[in-house]
Design a protein around this ligand. Sequence first.
Ligand code: AP5
Ligand code: ZN
Length: 216
Amino acid sequence: MRTILLGPPGAGKGTQASVIVNEFHVPHISTGDIFRYNIKQGTDLGKKAKIYMDQGLLVPDELVVAIVEDRLKQEDCKNGFLLDGFPRTVPQAEALDNALVKMDISLDRVINIEVDKDKLVRRAVGRRICKECGATYHLEFNPSSKGELCDQCGGKLYQREDDTEETVSKRIEVYLKETQPLIQYYQERDLLMVINGDQDIAIVSKEIVDALGRRS
Ligand code: AP5
Ligand code: ZN
């Protein structure tokens, strides 16, 4: 399975990615997670990416594309992968197409998770993430039964630095301008499948798993 998860900030890409990778046993490649890891480690890449991420802007294509190309060549991607948050611009999508041609493989599906714009800010601002295992919660829509601690491992929950109302609004604006054109890009290639992300998390998961299962 070689799949892309597309959708605006807060649509539920990360939440659904963890379900998909468990079901289909493929690696989860999130460019946002890769950048956050690099920021935490204090690498040069992390330092460069942070400047853009803090403002809700996209990291320049050339930085992102090189990382994903390297990642796709790794052994664990041989039987498939799930891309989350990449591609985010038409040049990134074109670079991905070129890389896949060179590897003699192609995409199976692009899942677009749709959620009304006015709900996205509330979702992102209320998001909390476990420091230890990375599990994602929401103060209102998906709270941990242990309050400020993770249900699964007891780790402390934190809020992402770019999950302020101001930065999320900027990220949505950038999504509409830079990333939304990819919907048409993948529609034209007959790869797009739209999922209504404005339903219970479990229902969204079921619809995605069913859709991917039908195709493979
Ligand atoms: P990234 O980390 O990719 O963030 P994003 O795309 O803004 O997406 P989010 O992680 O905010 O949302 P999500 O869709 O994963 O939602 P989640 O499942 O967590 O990117 C961050 C930054 O990195 C970018 O701004 C950019 O600077 C840079 N970057 C990354 N990739 C790049 C690239 N390719 N090119 C250039 N720059 C790049 O859910 C959100 C909340 O809602 C959670 O609290 C969750 O519990 C809740 N929730 C989920 N589903 C539901 C539901 N069905 N009902 C109710 N609540 C729900
Ligand atoms: Zn945890």
